[in-house]
Design a protein. Structure first.
Length: 483
């Protein structure tokens, strides 16, 4: 199988994995959100930063280090597996001890037990890191798709049942734990990999040399991304935090999923051609254009239909989330572009530059957070948007120097998609304002936006549109031929 075929297959199954499993989770999340109160989501949101930081320490950049290393061995995998388990056990003990202090910080006594129970996912999830990394190395997202769908359906069904039965926040907790358990069991079953229980200091030092910088970068990124949850949970109410987390989850569905698809597939692909500079830069440029072609219209469409979408799906108790969601969409539209620029640095083994970028971006972000905090929640989120746009200039600084493909050249490649998305959004905003029904606004706005964007792309003979069509139909044609 050629690299192009492998990439196409990987993108196809990664897309199916992300949007089938996440689509199921999204639908289940909508059902549960219609039953529970925003404050229930707010309580879990308060713990997000602690769980995210702990998970980052457990992974420690070793997954990416294993993918990047070309001559990886069984000893490498076993070393990482044992390290993950030990770190997970240590961090769970720390979280167990810290639980009462976390509850006191937020002035919610019930968080003590919640913290200790939800923390069990750290121990369970640590077992699955190496098997999942093996699938990523093989660009095998078909197996991951099966695992994600099965675990999403079963854990989601448990969550909905408990929510209807009146268990409140515990419906979310049990759903999360059951999802992690199922994913871990299925990964172990499908991969058939067994650790040797051998820990090699040499292997650890080699992997940690690369992974440590990614760990430091990931820690900065994780703390920064979750610090908003910490600040909003402390500065505002649990209900406000619930509105924010729901808006963030809606925005993350397209933005983070597209970003994850691109990251999961492009990192091993870029690593495989890291020694061929011409192919690397060509692939890099095509990925930037594809990401822009996909993400810009999706995020502007969501801005357009935000109010009818949220009121129809979640009911009017989530009305305050509408404007928060719209603001977050402007920030999320740049996520895939960020990811590709950072992926190429990792693929070339430049985790040192990756780390420097994270320090500068997060320092800027914290400064903007501090400046915007006194002005309320909405201004706080507009600060996130500003940070995202300024961060793009920073991310492209090194790629511009190393590959002669900086912000201005990238801007020229993607500006057509941005302008097309904006113009259609403004036109349809005026058009759907004549309708009173939220259903009409949602259906008509969504239908005409999609038709106009595809139509304009077809008129201008967009290469990205052709690639999307190929990406969709080529694997289907191969399946039909086999059958």
């Amino acid at each position: 199988m050629t690299l192009k075929e492998k990439t196409t297959k990987g993108l196809f199954w990664s897309f199916v994995d992300q949007f089938s499993a996440q689509g199921i989770s999204f639908i289940i999340g909508i059902i549960i959100a219609r039953i529970l109160n925003p404050a229930d989501y707010g309580m879990l949101g308060m713990l997000a930063i602690f769980m995210a930081v702990a998970n980052t320490f457990i992974v420690s950049g070793f997954g990416a280090a294993l993918v990047q290393k070309s001559n990886r061995s069984q000893v490498d995998f076993s070393t990482v597996f044992l390290f993950n388990l030990v770190v997970a056990a240590f961090l769970y003990c720390m979280l167990f001890i810290a639980a009462p202090f976390i509850a006191n910080f937020y002035e919610l006594p019930e968080l003590t037990l919640i913290t200790r129970v939800i923390g069990l996912t750290l121990l369970i999830g640590a077992i699955s890191i190496v098997p999942r990394t093996i699938l990523n190395i093989n660009i095998d997202f078909k197996t991951q798709t099966k695992i994600s769908i099965i675990s999403s359906i079963i854990s989601g069904s448990i969550g909905v049942t408990l929510a209807y039965s009146g268990y409140g926040v515990w419906a979310l907790i049990v759903q999360n734990i059951s999802a992690v358990v199922l994913q871990t069991v299925l990964l172990v079953y499908f991969i058939k990999w067994k650790p040797s229980f051998v820990f090699s200091n040499q292997s650890f030092n080699q992997l940690f040399g690369f992974g440590s910088k990614l760990l430091a970068s990931a820690l900065l990124d994780t703390i920064y991304n979750n610090i908003y949850l910490l600040v909003i949970g402390k500065r505002f109410s649990a209900d406000d935090l619930g509105q924010y987390t729901r808006a963030q989850q809606l925005e993350n569905f397209p933005a983070s999923n597209i970003t994850n698809i691109i990251q999961r597939v492009t990192f091993p692909v870029l690593c495989s051609i890291q020694d061929d500079q011409t192919r690397l830069i060509d692939a890099y440029r095509k990925l930037i254009k594809m990401a822009a072609f996909l993400i810009f219209p999706i995020m502007f469409l969501l801005v357009l239909v935000a109010k009818p979408l949220i009121l129809i799906l979640l009911t009017d108790k989530w009305l305050p989330a509408v404007e928060l969601f719209q603001i977050l969409c402007f920030s999320g539209m740049l996520y895939p572009i960020h990811a590709i620029n950072l992926n190429i640095l990792q693929a070339q083994g430049r985790s040192d530059l990756f780390f420097k970028l994270e320090i500068w971006k997060k320092s800027l972000g914290v400064c903007i957070l501090i400046m915007t905090l006194p002005f309320g929640l909405k201004i706080l989120l507009w600060g996130q948007v500003a940070t995202s746009f300024i961060g793009l200039f920073m991310n492209t600084w090194y790629t511009g120097k190393l590959y002669n493909y900086g912000i201005w050249k990238q801007g020229r490649d993607i500006i057509q998609y941005l302008l097309t998305a904006i113009i259609i959004c403004f036109f349809l905003f005026y058009m759907i304002s004549f309708f009173d029904s939220y259903w009409y606004k949602l259906i008509i706005g969504g239908f005409f936006y999609t038709i106009l964007y595809i139509g304009i792309s077809w008129i201008f003979k967009s290469e990205e549109l052709k690639q999307i069509v190929t990406l969709i139909f080529l694997p289907i044609q191969k399946i039909n031929r086999k059958s």
